[in-house]
Design a protein around this ligand. Structure first.
Ligand SMILES: *Cc1c(COP(=O)(O)O)cnc(C)c1O
Length: 222
């Protein structure tokens, strides 16, 4: 595996203070180890079964990020070890993560997924749904002690139109700011705006991303 892209990207993100998640879905464990040996510790996976199989054999100090769509009935499989769940798209899922984290006597970090109207995927909450979810969360915060909402994640449309991508990322960042100022004043852990993939990470960094999720640029196309 060619590690040159990793060298370049990790230098860029480190100097900008942006976190780099290496998205290893569908890639063999050997590729993960190649980057692990260079110091990378944060890896992203999309599928529960693939994640649990890889996590069982790979080094225990890897921080696993679940970045795919998560069904409530599968939360318990990753709750013992997952570091962060990126794509929370309902209050019900938040409650389930809290319940499973409580059973493991841990606190799981989560991000809320914002759906951008023109994006192809159906997953995520629009801004109104996200604010409604936060109202439920506020009302029941005392009973939800085993999750920590650390920020939001979003994906720009898969389009060659750079200005569309930029305006969608501006939107994601604006919602991140609004939620931070409305619900997380004085809570420094709410600091993550996760946006930017292989094709659009430059724009994402310009628009305020604090966390990139990069797959094909590091591991080759899938
Ligand atoms: C696959 C995936 C990525 C990485 O995409 P690349 O284009 O390969 O960099 C990022 N985020 C999510 C949610 C993904 O599913």
């Amino acid at each position: 595996m060619d590690t040159t892209p990793y060298f370049n990207l990790s230098r860029i993100t480190a100097s900008a203070g942006v976190q780099l998640i290496a998205v290893s879905k569908t890639k063999p464990s050997g590729d993960i180890l190649s980057l692990y040996e260079l110091g990378q510790r944060d890896f992203g996976e999309n599928y529960v079964q693939e994640l649990t199989e890889k996590a069982a054999t790979l080094p225990k100090d890897i921080r696993w990020h679940f970045i795919g769509h998560l069904q409530s009935n599968k939360v318990k499989q990753i709750a013992p070890f997952v570091h962060m769940i990126h794509a929370v798209d309902s209050f019900r899922l938040l409650q389930e993560i809290d319940k499973q984290a409580a059973k493991q006597e841990r606190v799981i970090d989560v991000l809320l997924q914002l759906h951008i109207a023109t994006e192809e995927t159906k997953y995520g909450m629009d801004e109104n749904q996200m604010m409604a979810c936060m109202e439920y969360y506020e009302a029941q915060r005392a009973t939800l002690q085993h999750i920590r909402i650390c920020g939001i994640m979003g994906m720009a449309s898969n389009t060659p139109d750079q200005e569309q991508i930029r305006s969608e990322m501006k939107k994601i960042y604006a919602v991140f700011k609004t939620i931070k100022q409305t619900y997380f004043i004085g809570k420094p852990y709410f600091s993550v705006c996760s946006m930017g993939m292989s094709s659009d990470y430059t724009i994402a960094m310009e628009e305020g991303s604090t966390m990139l999720r990069i797959g094909s640029m590091l591991f080759g196309s899938r």
